[in-house]
Design a protein around this ligand. Sequence first.
Ligand SMILES: Cc1ncc(COP(=O)(O)O)c(C=O)c1O
Length: 451
Amino acid sequence: MTDPTTLAAWDHRHLWHPFTQMADWLAEEPLIITEAEGSVLVDVRGRRYLDGVSSLWCNLHGHRHPALDAALAAQMKRVAHSTLLGLSSPPPIELAHALIGVAPTGLTRVFYSDAGATAVEAALRIALQYQQLRGASRRTRFASLVEGYHGDTLGAVGVGFSETFHRFVAEAIVPAVRLTPPHVFRWSRGMDAEGALAASLAEAQATFAAHGPELAAVIVEPLVQGAAGMWMHPPAYLHALHELAHRHGALFIADEVATGFGRTGRLFACEHAGIAPDLLCLGKGISGGYLPLAATITTEAVFDAFLAPYEEFRAFFHGHTYTGNALACAVGLASLQLFDEERTLDRLAPKIVRLRERLATDISPLPHVGDVRQQGFMVGIELVRERASRAPYPAAARIGQRVARAARARGVILRPLGNTIVLMPPLAIAAAELDQLVDVAREAIAEATAA
Ligand SMILES: Cc1ncc(COP(=O)(O)O)c(C=O)c1O
């Protein structure tokens, strides 16, 4: 392997890191990960770090899990990739079969791609074409949640919204119809949870009454709006949006790229509300955090609308070179099997409870912690400059980055969302490591906010 100093120099000279102010990056020595095991990442100099955000929310069973490594190695001996355009192959077939077995009722067809954003793009385009094909030619718009995030390709950006992310592309995207979810801490101030829910539902009803006939679909991150800062809404809101979408002739798209595969305590967040979407977007954890893979799963009713003689050109003209990649699907299948073999969700339940208790005793009392939001193994700790007024830290204070830096010095990797500290460890994290994560988060928040 290239020596650490040369690697750092080449990183600085040749790489452009995502979601990164490169001026800051270039001013520091990069942390270069060379190995990992379980919930621990090891850097080029042999230092060990707890992976507190599951390598950006995707690792489930730990790094270098023997079963996943074996599935990958076995598939490598057969074929790494052959196309799904005109051909098929066992791993995508078998994974599709397994996914349909665990997905919400009624979902029967798997369309593969390779990132969360591409799973969303496919869902949006399937919804648009489906509506056209069934003669609803006016249904060309989408509704989505305020501060939703669905990925960084332009269609996905259009249905998401964040001022920062939209700043330079606003003129080039088609904005969605916005629905305000019931977030008590910032947007529904002065209201309790029930009041906020009632207000959001009333707004949604009015919005659907005004825009219903234009909508191809409604897209929602079920229960947790991750990138917004781990904003949570109750299952009742999700349930009501699903019902409103159908009542107004729109499809319902559940973007479970972040919430899928056990993150919320159930395999899929939709299960908490007892709903089955028309389109389900999966990414991140679908390959256990090993390889780029994503899926858009839909119903037979949607699929059937695309069936016709070739010359009518009703086919879904959409896809990617690496769609259904055999290596990624083989690992995905092994990852899904681990949920049964290791009883992942059963063993997760007490860890979720433990995490809730530790957050209440160790994190909530800290003077600059404004709000602690948790749904399963998704946690957002929002830091505020002043607790009483909930006044946010200014961006220039870089409070999230300072906490992450203090955590790193203590051997834990965190990646904040602005002023919100995210804890999102691998589902398989050991109890002692979970305690270490909370201990370090507490110390790091205390140190950064004391300054
Ligand atoms: C809900 C949701 N949808 C889509 C995406 C985009 O996924 P990707 O980064 O794999 O394109 C993300 C990524 O964080 C996400 O949280």
